[in-house]
Ligand binder design. Structure first.
Ligand code: ZN
Length: 212
């Protein structure tokens, strides 16, 4: 869904473009487009504090996922650790550069970039930093977010695990569980970090910082 075009009083439906007037909502309600029924915004007074808590949890899980092994693999009496970084370097050393680059992008770089930008936006709102920079970063986040495929990686890993079950014994390690949790926490963060409220609050901050 693209960003809503909004001022303090007007909201354009992101799906069909009809312009609506902003109204305060009652608890547990949401505003929908009159024409196409797309949800425009939800009653969400604690989105900022919820997003901050979830962002912090996601950062801790990201560090754990990238610092510890995903699996311990035992085959023919040999034990081997498999971590995300080791998987990326193993493919690179095996001349499978494209797979290595895709893994690095989806496992490390895109999740890190997303956490940095969301963190920057939340800190901007909390500490009243320069809103224009945060707005630019938020626009960038919307551009690259559809390229992130962390969930697909987890699904592929589960399929590979089932297939490998006959050849080697695999033990899931701490990073596997933290990565699973990281995906769930980021999904919750995406829900709490609702675009309508984020854009609106940043826009209001920018207005207070613009010299009249
Ligand atoms: Zn609409």
């Amino acid at each position: 869904m693209s960003a809503l075009l909004t001022t303090d009083h007007l909201i354009a439906c992101p799906a069909c473009g009809v312009v609506h007037q902003f109204q305060n909502l009652m608890p547990k309600t949401q505003a929908r487009c009159q024409r196409c029924e797309t949800v425009l915004y939800r009653y969400h007074p604690y989105w900022q504090s919820q997003s901050e808590a979830l962002w912090l949890a996601a950062c801790i899980l990201f560090v754990i996922s990238n610092s510890f092994p995903l699996f311990m693999m035992r085959t023919q009496g040999m034990m081997q650790e498999l971590s995300m970084l080791r998987a990326v370097t193993a493919f690179w050393q095996g001349d499978l550069y494209l797979i290595s680059a895709l893994l690095a992008l989806n496992l490390l770089l895109l999740p890190l970039l997303e956490l940095v930008i969301v963190g920057w936006v939340l800190l901007t709102l909390r500490l009243q930093w320069q809103a224009a920079r945060a707005l630019l970063l938020l626009r960038g986040l919307q551009e690259f977010k559809p390229w992130g495929m962390l969930e697909i990686f987890m699904l592929s890993t589960l399929v590979a695990l089932i297939k490998l079950g006959d050849l080697a014994s695999l033990v899931m390690e701490i990073a596997f569980f933290s990565l699973s949790l990281q995906i769930i926490v980021i999904a919750l963060l995406n829900r709490a970090f609702e675009p309508f409220w984020v854009w609106r609050t940043l826009g209001q901050l920018k207005q207070t910082q613009t010299p009249s």
